[in-house]
Design a protein around this ligand. Structure first.
Ligand code: PNS
Length: 161
């Protein structure tokens, strides 16, 4: 069984992430969406909430599992018996960071491969940070994130205003 882990902060998940996830299912038998916990990054949503949103959005599908991890990604991959890490690549600006983390992961776990999927053109500009900024300023994010996330963002920012 070809198991892959699709890791990220997913703060929150966007249509760009979902596009990568959907396309990765054509390549793997099972994809585990792995939400990073305990990050030094300050996140808008708690990890449990991010995970819950992803689960709601993807629904119950045999080939997708949603999990979370707080340590090294390579250790999590070992634990869930995944041999591949999936990452999406948008602009050239992603390249350096992605090269760095894939090289480190390769050094830590030589048997693990990272597979990069190029973002679809319509999502090549899209990031969770951009979505949060637009939502915070009262803009419409309905074309950028699933409905669940749009509602969660509205609630979060109305709470803070
Ligand atoms: O969505 P992001 O924030 O770009 O995802 C980054 C992520 C989660 C893939 C990366 O930060 C990660 O794997 N963190 C876990 C800690 C780890 O394994 N570090 C060593 C490789 S950077």
């Amino acid at each position: 069984m070809r198991i892959a882990v699709y890791p990220g902060s997913f703060d929150p998940i966007t249509n760009g992430h979902l596009d990568i996830l959907e396309r990765s299912l054509k390549l793997f038998d099972k994809v585990i969406v792995a939400v990073l916990v305990n990050t030094s990054k300050s996140c808008l949503f708690q990890a449990e909430r991010r995970k819950e949103m992803i689960s709601k959005v993807v629904g119950r599908k045999n080939h997708i599992t949603v999990g979370s991890f707080g340590g090294l990604l390579v250790d999590y991959c070992k634990q869930v018996e995944a041999r591949t890490i999936i990452r999406g690549l948008r602009a050239v600006s992603d390249y350096e960071y992605e090269l760095q983390i894939s090289s480190i992961n390769k050094q830590l776990a030589p048997d693990l491969e990272t597979v990069f999927l190029m973002a679809s053109t319509q999502y090549s500009f899209l990031s969770s940070s951009i979505v949060k900024e637009i939502a915070k300023l009262g803009g419409n994010v309905s074309a950028l994130v699933p409905k669940e996330v749009e509602i969660a963002l509205k609630m979060e920012f109305s709470k803070n205003s």
